[in-house]
Design a protein. Structure first.
Length: 176
C-alpha cells in the first residue's frame, strides 16, 4: 500500500466543485480498509493572477494504485469537472487536484514529487500540517507540523465551515 496526498482547490463555483472533487477521489480510491482522510477547507486569495478566492483542502488515502494511474485518474476527474488543461497555470479553476506526495517518492517526472507548493503555499502546508502533522517531508526530513510552525509566507487564508456529503469511507479531521 502506498499513501498519497492530494491538494484540492477551486475558485469557480467553489463549494460545489470542492465537494465534487472529494466525492470523486472517494469513489476512485476509498474503501473499507482505505478511507479518504480530508482536512478542513481553507479560503485563500488567488496566487499569481487576479481572480476570485479559492477553496482549498488536502486529502490522503492509502492505495495499491501505481503513481501513473493515480495521476491519470486525477486528470480525468479534473476534466470531468470542467478543468481546461490548456489554460494558463495561473488562472481560474473549476477543479484542480494535485498529487502532493506519493509515499516518500522523490522525482521530477512524470510529476514533481514532493510538490514544491507544499513549502510555498499556506493553503497547502496548513491543511497538510493539520492532517498529517507527524509525517516528514521526504527531502527536508522535517515534519509538516515543524514546517508549518516555521512558515514565513504572507499569504492570507482562513478555515471555513463547509459541509460534505455523507460518504461511507470519508474521515474528517479530529484534531482541530
Amino acid at each position: 500500500m502506498s499513501k498519497v496526498w492530494f491538494g484540492i482547490g477551486s475558485n469557480r463555483d467553489r463549494a460545489h466543485n470542492v465537494r465534487a472533487g472529494v466525492k470523486a477521489l472517494h469513489d476512485a480510491f476509498a474503501g473499507p480498509q482505505t478511507p479518504l482522510h480530508i482536512s478542513r477547507v481553507f479560503e485563500s486569495e488567488a496566487v499569481g493572477f487576479v481572480g476570485h478566492s479559492f477553496y482549498n483542502l488536502v486529502a490522503w488515502v492509502e492505495t495499491t494504485v501505481p503513481l501513473l494511474d493515480v495521476l491519470a485518474r486525477c486528470k480525468a476527474i479534473e476534466r470531468q469537472h470542467g478543468h481546461d488543461s490548456r489554460a494558463p497555470r495561473f488562472s481560474p479553476r473549476t477543479l484542480d487536484i494535485d498529487i502532493l506526495l506519493y509515499d516518500d517518492e522523490v522525482c521530477s517526472t512524470p510529476i514533481q514529487l514532493p510538490r514544491a507548493e507544499i513549502l510555498t503555499n499556506a493553503f497547502v502546508l496548513w491543511p497538510l500540517a493539520e492532517l498529517s502533522a507527524e509525517q516528514c517531508h521526504p527531502v527536508l526530513k522535517k515534519t509538516f507540523a515543524e514546517l508549518w510552525q516555521s512558515y514565513t509566507g504572507q499569504q492570507q487564508l482562513a478555515p471555513i465551515a463547509l459541509e460534505f456529503e455523507s460518504l461511507p469511507y470519508l474521515v474528517f479531521p479530529s484534531n482541530v
